[in-house]
Design a protein. Structure first.
Ligand code: PRP
Ligand code: URA
Length: 209
Protein backbone atom coordinates (compact mmCIF):
# COMPACT_ATOMS: atom_id res chain seq x y z
CA UNK A 1 0.00 0.00 0.00
CA UNK A 2 1.43 3.37 -1.03
CA UNK A 3 2.56 5.65 1.79
CA UNK A 4 2.35 2.91 4.42
CA UNK A 5 5.07 0.74 5.95
CA UNK A 6 3.96 -2.33 7.91
CA UNK A 7 6.63 -3.26 10.43
CA UNK A 8 6.41 -7.04 10.28
CA UNK A 9 9.46 -7.78 12.45
CA UNK A 10 8.78 -10.99 14.43
CA UNK A 11 9.41 -9.26 17.78
CA UNK A 12 6.81 -6.60 16.96
CA UNK A 13 4.26 -9.16 15.76
CA UNK A 14 4.78 -11.38 18.82
CA UNK A 15 4.36 -8.49 21.24
CA UNK A 16 1.32 -7.17 19.36
CA UNK A 17 -0.43 -10.53 19.72
CA UNK A 18 0.24 -10.43 23.47
CA UNK A 19 -1.28 -6.94 23.62
CA UNK A 20 -4.42 -7.90 21.71
CA UNK A 21 -5.25 -10.65 24.25
CA UNK A 22 -8.11 -9.35 26.40
CA UNK A 23 -6.63 -11.12 29.45
CA UNK A 24 -3.43 -9.01 29.30
CA UNK A 25 -3.03 -6.97 32.50
CA UNK A 26 -2.79 -3.16 32.50
CA UNK A 27 0.83 -3.48 33.56
CA UNK A 28 1.61 -5.97 30.79
CA UNK A 29 -0.21 -3.89 28.15
CA UNK A 30 1.74 -0.74 29.09
CA UNK A 31 5.06 -2.58 29.16
CA UNK A 32 4.46 -4.10 25.72
CA UNK A 33 3.42 -0.75 24.21
CA UNK A 34 6.64 0.74 25.54
CA UNK A 35 8.71 -2.10 24.01
CA UNK A 36 6.95 -1.92 20.64
CA UNK A 37 7.43 1.87 20.71
CA UNK A 38 11.17 1.28 20.86
CA UNK A 39 11.08 -1.17 17.94
CA UNK A 40 8.90 1.10 15.79
CA UNK A 41 11.19 4.04 16.57
CA UNK A 42 14.14 2.01 15.25
CA UNK A 43 12.28 1.41 11.97
CA UNK A 44 10.89 4.91 11.47
CA UNK A 45 14.32 6.51 11.98
CA UNK A 46 16.11 4.09 9.64
CA UNK A 47 16.65 6.67 6.87
CA UNK A 48 17.53 9.75 8.94
CA UNK A 49 20.24 11.80 7.24
CA UNK A 50 23.78 11.26 8.49
CA UNK A 51 26.77 13.62 8.44
CA UNK A 52 30.47 12.87 8.96
CA UNK A 53 32.40 14.36 11.87
CA UNK A 54 36.04 14.06 12.83
CA UNK A 55 36.70 12.49 16.24
CA UNK A 56 39.71 11.09 18.02
CA UNK A 57 39.65 7.59 19.51
CA UNK A 58 42.33 6.61 22.06
CA UNK A 59 44.24 5.18 19.04
CA UNK A 60 43.87 7.70 16.21
CA UNK A 61 41.77 10.28 14.42
CA UNK A 62 38.83 9.05 12.34
CA UNK A 63 35.65 10.21 10.69
CA UNK A 64 32.50 9.09 12.51
CA UNK A 65 28.83 9.39 11.61
CA UNK A 66 26.23 11.42 13.43
CA UNK A 67 22.60 12.26 12.76
CA UNK A 68 22.42 15.53 10.85
CA UNK A 69 20.15 18.48 11.61
CA UNK A 70 18.07 19.45 14.60
CA UNK A 71 16.74 16.96 17.13
CA UNK A 72 13.48 15.10 16.39
CA UNK A 73 10.14 16.05 17.89
CA UNK A 74 8.02 13.23 19.30
CA UNK A 75 4.35 14.26 19.27
CA UNK A 76 2.13 11.83 21.23
CA UNK A 77 -1.66 12.21 20.93
CA UNK A 78 -3.03 11.94 24.49
CA UNK A 79 -3.74 9.69 26.11
CA UNK A 80 -2.67 6.49 24.39
CA UNK A 81 0.17 8.02 22.34
CA UNK A 82 2.04 8.61 25.58
CA UNK A 83 2.46 4.82 25.76
CA UNK A 84 5.04 5.02 22.95
CA UNK A 85 6.95 7.91 24.46
CA UNK A 86 9.28 6.32 27.04
CA UNK A 87 10.45 3.61 24.66
CA UNK A 88 11.19 6.12 21.93
CA UNK A 89 12.94 8.53 24.30
CA UNK A 90 15.16 5.65 25.42
CA UNK A 91 16.46 5.45 21.84
CA UNK A 92 16.37 9.19 21.08
CA UNK A 93 16.94 10.80 24.49
CA UNK A 94 17.51 14.34 23.17
CA UNK A 95 14.22 14.47 21.25
CA UNK A 96 11.82 17.33 21.97
CA UNK A 97 8.22 16.48 22.88
CA UNK A 98 4.96 18.06 21.66
CA UNK A 99 1.82 17.04 23.60
CA UNK A 100 -1.48 17.00 21.71
CA UNK A 101 -4.58 16.46 23.86
CA UNK A 102 -7.47 15.10 21.80
CA UNK A 103 -10.41 12.87 22.59
CA UNK A 104 -12.88 11.33 20.22
CA UNK A 105 -16.48 12.39 20.79
CA UNK A 106 -18.27 9.03 21.25
CA UNK A 107 -21.29 10.08 19.13
CA UNK A 108 -19.81 12.08 16.26
CA UNK A 109 -16.34 10.42 16.42
CA UNK A 110 -14.89 13.89 15.77
CA UNK A 111 -11.64 14.82 17.52
CA UNK A 112 -11.99 17.42 20.29
CA UNK A 113 -8.84 19.30 21.31
CA UNK A 114 -8.20 20.04 25.00
CA UNK A 115 -4.43 20.65 25.10
CA UNK A 116 -1.60 21.60 22.75
CA UNK A 117 2.00 22.44 23.61
CA UNK A 118 4.84 22.13 21.09
CA UNK A 119 8.39 23.44 20.58
CA UNK A 120 8.38 26.78 18.73
CA UNK A 121 10.75 25.70 15.95
CA UNK A 122 8.70 22.84 14.47
CA UNK A 123 9.54 24.08 10.96
CA UNK A 124 13.18 23.04 11.44
CA UNK A 125 12.58 19.54 12.83
CA UNK A 126 11.21 16.17 11.78
CA UNK A 127 8.03 15.44 13.78
CA UNK A 128 6.93 11.88 14.63
CA UNK A 129 3.21 11.87 15.47
CA UNK A 130 2.43 8.99 17.83
CA UNK A 131 -0.88 7.23 18.45
CA UNK A 132 -1.35 3.46 18.81
CA UNK A 133 -4.74 3.51 17.06
CA UNK A 134 -5.59 4.84 13.58
CA UNK A 135 -9.33 4.18 13.36
CA UNK A 136 -11.41 6.85 11.53
CA UNK A 137 -8.20 8.98 11.45
CA UNK A 138 -10.12 12.00 12.77
CA UNK A 139 -7.60 12.36 15.61
CA UNK A 140 -4.54 11.91 13.40
CA UNK A 141 -5.83 14.35 10.75
CA UNK A 142 -6.62 17.00 13.41
CA UNK A 143 -3.25 16.56 15.17
CA UNK A 144 -1.31 16.88 11.92
CA UNK A 145 -3.34 19.92 10.83
CA UNK A 146 -2.52 21.59 14.14
CA UNK A 147 1.21 20.78 13.85
CA UNK A 148 1.27 22.10 10.27
CA UNK A 149 -0.48 25.32 11.41
CA UNK A 150 2.44 25.73 13.83
CA UNK A 151 4.98 25.32 11.04
CA UNK A 152 5.75 21.57 10.89
CA UNK A 153 6.66 20.47 7.35
CA UNK A 154 8.35 17.12 7.79
CA UNK A 155 5.98 14.72 9.55
CA UNK A 156 5.67 10.96 9.98
CA UNK A 157 2.82 9.06 11.66
CA UNK A 158 3.50 6.01 13.85
CA UNK A 159 0.78 3.66 15.10
CA UNK A 160 0.28 0.11 16.27
CA UNK A 161 -2.96 -0.76 14.48
CA UNK A 162 -4.54 0.89 11.46
CA UNK A 163 -7.97 0.36 9.91
CA UNK A 164 -8.08 0.51 6.09
CA UNK A 165 -10.64 3.35 6.39
CA UNK A 166 -8.25 5.36 8.57
CA UNK A 167 -5.31 4.87 6.23
CA UNK A 168 -7.37 6.07 3.27
CA UNK A 169 -8.59 9.15 5.15
CA UNK A 170 -5.16 10.12 6.48
CA UNK A 171 -3.48 9.57 3.11
CA UNK A 172 -6.04 11.74 1.33
CA UNK A 173 -5.97 14.53 3.97
CA UNK A 174 -2.16 14.52 4.34
CA UNK A 175 -0.54 12.68 1.40
CA UNK A 176 2.88 13.99 2.46
CA UNK A 177 2.76 12.08 5.78
CA UNK A 178 4.05 8.49 5.58
CA UNK A 179 2.48 5.97 7.98
CA UNK A 180 4.33 3.29 9.97
CA UNK A 181 2.13 0.61 11.57
CA UNK A 182 2.60 -2.83 13.10
CA UNK A 183 -0.59 -4.14 11.44
CA UNK A 184 -3.49 -3.24 9.17
CA UNK A 185 -6.67 -4.76 10.59
CA UNK A 186 -9.90 -5.75 8.81
CA UNK A 187 -12.32 -2.87 9.37
CA UNK A 188 -14.08 -0.47 11.73
CA UNK A 189 -17.24 -1.49 13.56
CA UNK A 190 -20.37 0.73 13.87
CA UNK A 191 -18.85 2.55 16.86
CA UNK A 192 -15.61 3.36 15.05
CA UNK A 193 -13.56 0.66 16.82
CA UNK A 194 -10.94 -1.35 15.00
CA UNK A 195 -11.81 -5.04 14.43
CA UNK A 196 -10.25 -7.36 15.49
CA UNK A 197 -8.22 -4.59 17.16
CA UNK A 198 -7.39 -4.54 20.85
CA UNK A 199 -10.24 -2.50 22.33
CA UNK A 200 -9.80 0.99 23.76
CA UNK A 201 -6.06 1.60 23.93
CA UNK A 202 -6.23 4.45 26.47
CA UNK A 203 -8.47 2.49 28.84
CA UNK A 204 -6.36 -0.65 28.59
CA UNK A 205 -3.19 1.35 29.19
CA UNK A 206 -4.41 3.23 32.24
CA UNK A 207 -6.94 0.75 33.68
CA UNK A 208 -9.88 3.13 33.21
CA UNK A 209 -13.34 2.41 31.83
C1 PRP B 1 -8.35 6.86 20.83
C2 PRP B 1 -6.95 6.58 20.31
C3 PRP B 1 -6.80 7.60 19.23
C4 PRP B 1 -8.20 7.71 18.68
C5 PRP B 1 -8.25 6.99 17.37
O1 PRP B 1 -8.34 7.96 21.66
O2 PRP B 1 -5.96 6.67 21.29
O3 PRP B 1 -6.33 8.85 19.68
O4 PRP B 1 -9.07 7.11 19.62
O5 PRP B 1 -9.50 7.08 16.80
P1 PRP B 1 -9.77 7.88 15.45
O6 PRP B 1 -8.74 7.44 14.47
O7 PRP B 1 -11.15 7.43 15.08
O8 PRP B 1 -9.71 9.34 15.74
P2 PRP B 1 -9.62 8.40 22.54
O9 PRP B 1 -10.41 9.41 21.82
O10 PRP B 1 -10.34 7.17 22.99
O11 PRP B 1 -8.95 9.15 23.76
P3 PRP B 1 -8.05 8.57 24.94
O12 PRP B 1 -6.74 8.10 24.31
O13 PRP B 1 -7.88 9.74 25.83
O14 PRP B 1 -8.81 7.43 25.57
N1 URA C 1 -9.58 4.08 19.66
C1 URA C 1 -9.20 2.98 20.34
O1 URA C 1 -8.61 3.10 21.42
N2 URA C 1 -9.49 1.77 19.81
C2 URA C 1 -10.13 1.63 18.66
O2 URA C 1 -10.35 0.48 18.22
C3 URA C 1 -10.52 2.79 17.95
C4 URA C 1 -10.23 4.00 18.48
Amino acid sequence: MQGVTVVDHPLVQHKLTLMRDKQRSTKGFRQLLNEIGMLLCYEVTRDLPIERIEIETPMTKMEGAQIAGKKLVLAPILRAGVGFLDGMLTLVPAARVAHIGLYRDPESLQAVEYYFKAPSDLADRMVLVLDPMLATANSAVAAIERLKERGAKDLRFVCLLAAPEGIERLRSAHPDVHIWTAAIDERLNDHGYIVPGLGDAGDRMYGTR
